[in-house]
Ligand binder design. Structure first.
Ligand code: HEC
Ligand code: HEC
Length: 221
């Protein structure tokens, strides 16, 4: 062997062996990562898990994520990565909220992925704007921002029709006005700390501006 292979060829062989060993370690890692199972997420959403005292998400967020209760957000068609991020953020000080923090801590990482995948595939039931007196102001803020306060157009990140941009920017279209107003308030006060961008924006807005833009958003389709 020693006579057949020069030291150069030997070191080459050793390098090749090392590469194939690390490649198989990589394959094992991929095989161990849980596969996202939207159907399991749907079952969890609809039934909860009695054994763990985990309530059914549907009881607050409505059939297919189309909540009919204004303080509980609609989740249907929300971007998968955004939903997953929120469920993780609820387990930390970034988004501490008594109800959701309790439930998010009960969910495994796999369940967070599964339920996010299922919700993102559910069809939206559109909402409606309700206040004729503020609709023009809301539209102006959403589309053009508030120049004198250095508030950027919401549309620049959340999209002209409020569908957001997957991965970075959540969908807002059709969301309950009360929920949207509440979140803007939480960003402003610093209670919700998971977006420096939104905190800066909310700090520049008055309550009336928040209400106007949130009502406009509720009617976006
Ligand atoms: C008792 C009512 C209740 C139950 C049950 C419940 N939620 Fe929530 N959920 C809320 C409320 C209220 C909020 C808004 C929290 C806030 O103000 O930040 C919320 C927020 C969320 C958000 C953030 C949405 C966004 O647009 O940022 C996600 C995601 C979510 N819930 C998923 C779930 C899942 C998944 C389950 C089931 C495991 C569940 N919720 C069960 C009440 C509930
Ligand atoms: C520079 C980009 C940017 C702009 C401009 C922007 N947003 Fe956002 N917004 C974000 C990001 C990023 C998030 C997600 C934060 C997170 O990960 O929790 C967000 C989240 C939100 C949420 C929380 C959604 C939910 O389901 O809980 C609301 C409400 C919101 N934005 C409203 C607005 C409004 C109203 C405007 C205009 C006044 C606006 N945003 C402008 C980037 C932006």
């Amino acid at each position: 062997m020693n006579r057949v292979f020069s030291p150069f060829v030997k070191s080459l062989l050793i390098a090749l062996l090392a590469v194939s060993a690390s490649a198989s370690a990589e394959e094992k890692k991929t095989a161990a990562a849980p596969k996202i199972d939207a159907a399991k997420g749907g079952a969890l959403y609809t039934d909860g898990d009695n054994a763990r005292g985990l309530p059914a998400c549907v009881s607050c967020h409505g059939a297919n994520g189309n909540s009919t209760i204004a303080v509980n957000p609609k989740l249907s068609a929300q971007h998968q990565s955004y939903i997953y991020k929120q469920l993780v953020n609820f387990t930390t000080a970034e988004r501490n909220q008594p109800v959701m923090t309790t439930y998010a801590k009960m969910l495994t990482d796999e369940e967070k992925h599964n339920v996010a995948a299922w919700l993102s595939a559910q069809a939206v039931k559109p909402g409606a704007a309700k206040n004729k007196d503020t609709i023009d102001l809301g539209k102006k803020i959403y589309r053009g921002g508030i120049a004198e306060k250095n508030v950027p157009a919401c549309a620049s990140c959340h999209g002209a029709s409020g569908n957001g941009i997957p991965v970075q920017y959540p969908r807002l279209a059709g969301q309950h006005q009360d929920y949207t107003v509440a979140q803007l308030g939480l960003f402003k006060s610093g209670a919700r700390k998971n977006s420096a961008q939104m905190t800066t924006i909310a700090q520049r807005m008055s309550d009336d501006e928040m209400k106007a833009v949130a009502d406009y958003v509720a009617g976006l389709k």
